[in-house]
Write a protein that binds this ligand. Structure first.
Ligand code: IPM
Ligand code: MN
Length: 353
């Protein structure tokens, strides 16, 4: 098949990890007889430097007709001035909103070979296989806010409507139906009105998916259960901010934040794929970045935007084989030991496909 992929690599280690991911996709194309085209677009700090905007119109136009968007990371100390009128992160929020990518899928699994990089006991990590579904275009990220320059008040608002919750909950229920039929909805319904609406909506939707067992867990308790009994969860659904926070915590289970991929979807097949990690400016340009999150995001791109399940599985299997072979990037290597570079690691994955 033919596919048009727009690559917005962004800042810091972004370009290094998207290069790894596109090289993997290119290998998939060659091996399975597909034709993938890659077109670069600007986003984040580099876009601010070149155009003044964190997401220039040209990038949006480029992405409009694409089958999928592959994103690296945005941000860095250079653009961190709190007084700046435009921030790299705005580009990320804008592209998610523009394409109405309301469902952010973040699968989390553990790698026995990396257990030593987690602070948890190995038995806690056994059989962990979670799928987080984070609402991505609403809530406090997009609510009415007021920042008063140097003043002494500022606010952000958490707001959700029933349709906004229902559509992301439906994605979660459908995912649960195809898995272990268990859905955990995370909220703070003991305090927040928006969480009570969230809970009520998720409960009502359960009628349409009667075979899925629904449970509610308060977000504070969830942070604890994630570390004490992660294997007891299957699909989890959370609002934008809780999903953001909990998935960074969940990355501890995988051994490194560099391991986690994500897919951001709307109703159709167009999607945006990005690793969960950030731009890691401290290690940018040194070949130290772990491209696994980006490579596994490319696998999700094959699965969800191109419906190439066999190819997606081949990429995931090649990542498993690469880790099993002992190849390790800097983040999952004991301090002072030898590690493979970002490109060497990607090459090992490519050879494994
Ligand atoms: C993420 C990131 C972003 C978010 C930041 C960079 C705006 O942390 O994708 O998880 O908060 O959504
Ligand atoms: Mn985050």
């Amino acid at each position: 098949m033919k596919a048009r992929i727009v690559v917005v690599s962004g800042d810091g280690i972004g370009p290094e990890v998207t290069d790894a991911a596109t090289a993997v996709l290119q290998k998939v194309a060659t091996k399975y007889g597909h034709e993938f085209s890659f077109e670069d677009g600007l986003i984040g700090g580099i876009a601010i430097d070149k155009t003044g905007s964190a997401l220039p119109d040209e990038t949006i136009t480029l992405a409009e007709g694409a089958d999928a968007i592959l994103l690296g990371a945005v941000g860095g100390p250079k653009w961190d001035n709190p007084a700046a009128a435009v921030r790299p992160e705005q580009g990320l929020l804008k592209i998610r909103k523009h394409f109405d990518l309301f469902a952010n899928l973040r699968p989390v699994k553990t790698y026995p070979a990396l257990a030593q990089y987690t602070p948890l006991r190995p038995e806690i990590l056994e059989n962990v296989d979670m799928l987080f579904i984070r609402e991505l275009t609403g809530g406090i990220y997009f609510g009415h806010r007021q920042e008063q320059g140097d003043g002494d008040t500022a606010f952000d608002t958490e707001q959700y409507s029933v349709p906004e919750v229902a559509r992301v909950a439906a994605v979660a229920y459908r995912a649960a139906e195809g898995r272990r039929k268990k859905l955990t909805s995370i909220d703070k319904a003991n305090v927040l009105a928006s969480s009570r609406l969230w809970r009520r909506t998720v409960v009502r939707l359960n009628e349409d998916y009667p075979e899925v067992a629904l449970e509610h867990v308060l977000v504070d308790a969830m942070t604890m259960y994630m570390m004490t009994r992660p294997a007891s969860f299957d699909v989890l659904v959370a609002n934008n901010i809780f999903g953001d926070i909990l998935t960074d915590e969940a990355s501890v289970l995988a051994g490194s934040l560099g391991m986690l991929p994500s897919a951001s979807l709307s109703g159709g097949t167009m999607g945006l794929y990005e690793p969960v990690h950030g731009s890691a400016p401290d290690i940018a340009g040194q070949g130290k970045a772990n491209p696994t999150g980006a490579i596994l995001s490319a696998a999700l791109l094959l699965r969800y935007s191109l419906q190439l399940e066999e190819e997606a599985k081949a990429v995931e299997a090649a990542v498993d084989a690469t880790l099993a072979s002992g190849a390790r990037t800097a983040d999952i290597t004991p301090r002072g030991s030898a590690y493979v570079s970002t490109t060497e690691y990607a090459q090992a994955v490519i050879e494994g496909i």
